[in-house]
Design a protein around this ligand. Structure first.
Ligand SMILES: NC(=O)c1ccc[n+]([C@@H]2O[C@H](COP(=O)([O-])OP(=O)(O)OC[C@H]3O[C@@H](n4cnc5c(N)ncnc54)[C@H](OP(=O)(O)O)[C@@H]3O)[C@@H](O)[C@H]2O)c1
Length: 352
């Protein structure tokens, strides 16, 4: 079955999705339409040339109201308000909302009520979606009758949750502290723009290339929404001036003392088994750029594992904040497009 998707916002995430679909051959996904405020010519240029990913591995041209990607025509719209985008006219079933502007479940739902799509996946930690679904951790809780607008959280949430899932299932996990160190985002400023920024925390308007910028982002809260057994959580978040490649760390208490070897073996087994493609494992000494183009939500780094005799544990993983997350958005799009009865899709999902 091929899922026809529409993408609202052809920025870093929208273009990553387009590249993944174009490069995958038979991915089970077809992009029927995109919407962005830019001209079709600029969209084509943005796909052909990319400072992080390099030249597009194929052809992209602009033709009237279409982008032509490797001979596949994608309908282009240019509407600022989501409720004006006629997705149904282009045959779109699932919309990926990737503008960063319409994170509220109520606004994103207009892709369905006004645009005629059937499901919406918001590419961010949304406000009030019908469900938060982190692929590999709780995606089996998807209920097609109740969940029309869903959010997979953020790239950091996916990396943290997938490591937490393995620790929780294998050893028990509580009193959790998380850290995310995130590569530069498009909304950051090259020079100080503290007055102009719409972000609540003025530090987020500081010059990107000059500082490690701490921020009280509530990423940890979503890990707890997806894995409520974890209980109490605290979190730290830092923006750093690297162009791509980010870091996630979790520390907490396990139910019994565990060794470094036990933890690393559990991660390697999950990566080679039930979480294949979502969690990756690499014993080679890794730095952030090494994770570029990795499609996993998290590349586990066994050299980061530490344990204490009283059950303390700390683990580290890397993630390509655009590429891994975009692959998960496509996984979620496939999931929500499935019209088969929920009972046939439910699986017992435990790493233990
Ligand atoms: N980049 C990451 O690493 C990452 C990872 C995970 C999640 N996310 C989330 O994904 C979302 C998109 O992030 P991004 O990095 O792709 O942002 P981005 O590069 O700024 O892309 C957003 C795109 O949407 C366009 N746009 C803005 N307003 C629009 C409107 N009203 N209608 C249609 N298009 C509009 C933007 O155009 P202009 O450039 O002209 O404004 C831009 O092309 C955000 O919620 C972000 O938090 C990002």
């Amino acid at each position: 079955m091929t899922v026809t998707i529409g993408i609202n916002g052809l920025g870093r995430i929208g273009r990553s999705i387009t590249r993944i679909v174009a490069g995958a051959g038979d991915s089970g996904i077809s992009i029927a339409a995109v919407n962005d405020l830019a001209s079709t010519e600029k969209m084509a240029y943005g796909l052909r040339r990319d400072s992080i990913r390099g030249a597009f591995p194929g052809t992209v041209t602009a033709r009237a109201d279409h982008l032509v990607v490797n001979d596949h025509a994608i309908r282009v719209f240019h509407h600022a308000q989501p409720e004006r985008i006629p997705w149904a006219d282009a045959g779109v079933d699932v919309v990926i909302e990737a503008t960063g502007k319409f994170r509220a479940g109520t606004t994103a739902r207009t892709h369905i009520t006004h645009g005629g799509a059937r499901k919406v996946v918001i590419s961010a930690s949304a406000d009030n979606p019908d469900a938060f679904l982190v692929y590999g951790a709780n995606h089996h809780t998807y209920d097609p009758g109740r969940h029309d607008v869903v959010s997979p959280g953020s790239c950091g949430v996916n990396a943290l949750t997938i490591m937490a899932k393995v620790l929780l299932d294998r050893f028990g996990l509580r009193s959790v502290h998380t850290s995310v160190v995130l590569a530069t985002q498009g909304w950051q400023r090259a020079q100080d723009s503290v007055v102009g920024t719409s972000r609540d925390d003025p530090r987020l308007g500081r010059a990107t290339g000059e500082s490690i910028i701490p921020h009280n982002y509530v990423v940890g809260d979503l890990v707890r929404v997806v894995l409520p057994e974890i209980g109490e959580m605290r979190y730290s978040y830092y923006c750093v001036p690297t162009p791509i490649g980010s870091l996630a760390e979790i520390s907490g208490q396990t139910d019994r003392p565990v060794s470094v070897e036990e933890v690393n073996r559990a991660m390697a087994e999950a990566a080679g088994g039930p979480l294949r493609g979502i969690l990756a494992y690499d014993p080679d000494p890794t730095v952030s750029i090494d994770v570029k183009n990795n499609p996993a939500s998290c590349l586990f780094d066994p050299s980061g594992t530490q344990t204490t005799a009283d059950g303390g544990v700390k683990v580290r993983g890397w993630f390509d904040n655009e590429w891994g997350f975009s692959n998960r958005l496509l996984d979620i799009a496939r999931l929500v497009s499935d019209r088969s009865p929920v009972t046939s899709r439910r699986v017992t999902w435990s790493i233990a």
